[in-house]
Design a protein around this ligand. Structure first.
Ligand code: FES
Length: 103
């Protein structure tokens, strides 16, 4: 069953940045972008690299290891060497909290 999980406060994620969050062993990235809050898998689909130290530019995350880029909103892989999309998760913001629907 899909559940909405209270992940963090909105002010825990700086603008144009992300935090790493873990729920029941699943590693998730929570982003604060100009288009709002989003969540994707934390690990790059190219190699086992966390995106936590990656660069957020507009709605794009750039992997810190080889510079592969993903669209944060859709999870779509945008540039080599990443070809596999990131899994995304629905996000809801209520009362200053960020909720993620973990599937
Ligand atoms: S590990 Fe992310 S681009 Fe290579």
């Amino acid at each position: 069953m899909n559940q909405w999980i209270d992940a963090c406060a909105t002010d825990e994620v700086d603008e144009e940045d992300l935090i790493a969050w873990e729920h029941e062993g699943r590693k998730i990235a929570i982003y604060n972008t100009e288009k709002g809050f989003f969540a994707t898998d934390l690990m790059c689909t190219h190699e086992e690299q966390s995106l936590e130290d990656g660069l957020v530019i507009d709605c794009v995350i750039e992997c810190p290891l080889h510079g592969g880029r993903f669209d944060i909103c859709s999870g779509k892989a945008l540039s080599a060497p990443v070809y596999e999309d990131l899994k995304t998760y629905p996000v809801d913001v209520r009362d200053g909290r960020v909720f993620v629907q973990v599937q």
